[in-house]
Design a protein around this ligand. Structure first.
Ligand SMILES: *Cc1c(COP(=O)(O)O)cnc(C)c1O
Length: 346
């Protein structure tokens, strides 16, 4: 008898980032700044000293302490993951039971529905309007009418770069009984975080990642911030050695370096401003540049596919959605090359 994959696996295809060699990659919202020579030397020294034969610290004690202090929360409010992606997976698989309803928004980060179906939960998708707006009242009504167990969305949002203000987010959390998972992956670029308020709520988990503003996509490091009851549950549900020793050590070095973190953020914001202003030149009825609260720009255009393909022939890759383009802020040279090519294409 032949082995058969089950229903939830049989149609799955492995995640494929854009393949091929491109000179300019503005497709994945990564930071264009990598660690300095000086920090690399510090990293080398922890590699030299690491106890490779031993398991890592299962609770990431030092790293949690550093993160907690920088963010004005307690150590018992912080759980660490192998990227926030892993944390999303843990939350879906452990805080939900088969058939539970999860409210997501559309468009939003695609991994929410991916993990939701893996956890065999029902995904209730709430569509944003044509300007990518959605009111908190719509979310509250949808969650409560469906008796949802979880609401998960990014704020500010990937891919739209739009955001919902803190005051409205607070009103949402207070008016639902669902667990609200607030993905603040891009909140380093906006000022509406409610991360420090997690102890005011029994139903809030805030996710943070080191892959974007901090420029550590390579090491896979993310945080879940919540009251101590929820944090304890996450720490109990995760696999014990989910964050490897090198990631913990590198994370400690980088997150302790306030100057690096602050400078990176400033340079990325500067790059975003430049890109936004340069792209706005092309604004017309078929090409609408959205105001951005993130490190990328979203453009609504029916020519998305055409522009995307033409940019590729110039060795520039961005992210293409049906009728939109998402372009990550890059180095000065990368941004200029992009604008030069767009001059020709448009
Ligand atoms: C990039 C991104 C993440 C992924 O973060 P990792 O820590 O790299 O797994 C999570 N949420 C959103 C909205 C993102 O855009």
């Amino acid at each position: 008898m032949a082995y058969q994959l089950n229903k939830k696996l049989i149609n799955l295809v492995p995640y494929e980032p854009i393949s091929g060699e491109y000179e300019v990659r503005l497709d994945a919202n990564e930071s264009f700044i990598s660690v300095s020579e000086d920090m690399r030397a510090q990293i080398c020294s922890v590699v030299m000293q690491a106890d490779f034969n031993r398991y890592p610290d299962p609770l990431c004690t030092d790293l949690r302490e550093i993160f907690a202090k920088k963010n004005g929360v307690g150590v018992d409010n912080v759980a660490v993951g192998n990227g926030s992606d892993e944390l999303i997976s843990i939350l879906m698989n452990s805080f939900l039971e088969k058939g539970d309803k999860v409210v997501t928004l559309s468009p939003d980060f695609s991994m929410y529905s991916f993990y939701c179906s893996g956890a065999e939960c029902e995904n209730v998708v709430l569509k944003k309007d044509e300007n990518f707006n959605i009111t908190v009242d719509e979310i509250i009504t949808c969650a409560n009418e469906n008796n949802a167990r979880m609401i998960i969305f990014s704020n500010p949002c990937n891919p739209t770069s739009c955001g919902i203000e803190a005051q409205e987010i607070r009103r949402l959390i207070k008016n639902v009984s669902a667990l609200v998972v607030l993905d603040e992956a891009y909140m380093d670029f906006w000022d509406q975080s409610i991360l420090s308020e997690i102890n005011d709520y029994d139903n809030l988990i805030v996710l943070k990642t080191c892959s974007k503003a901090v420029g550590l996509a390579a090491i896979r490091l993310g945080f879940a911030v919540s009251n101590s009851v929820l944090t304890r549950a996450i720490n109990a549900a995760k696999s014990p050695y989910n964050v490897n020793t090198l990631t913990q050590e590198i994370g400690k070095i980088i997150l302790s370096n306030d100057e690096y973190v602050r400078c990176s953020r400033e340079q990325i914001l500067e790059s975003k401003e430049y890109l936004y202003n340069a792209l706005c030149k092309y604004n017309c009825s078929g090409f609408e540049v959205l105001e951005s609260k993130t490190n990328f720009i979203y453009i609504k255009t029916d020519r998305a596919k055409d522009i995307f393909e033409k940019l590729k022939t110039h060795s520039i890759v961005v992210r293409c959605f049906g009728n939109g383009l998402r372009i990550t802020a890059g180095t000065k040279a990368e941004n200029e090359k992009l604008i030069n090519c767009l001059d020709k294409i448009l």
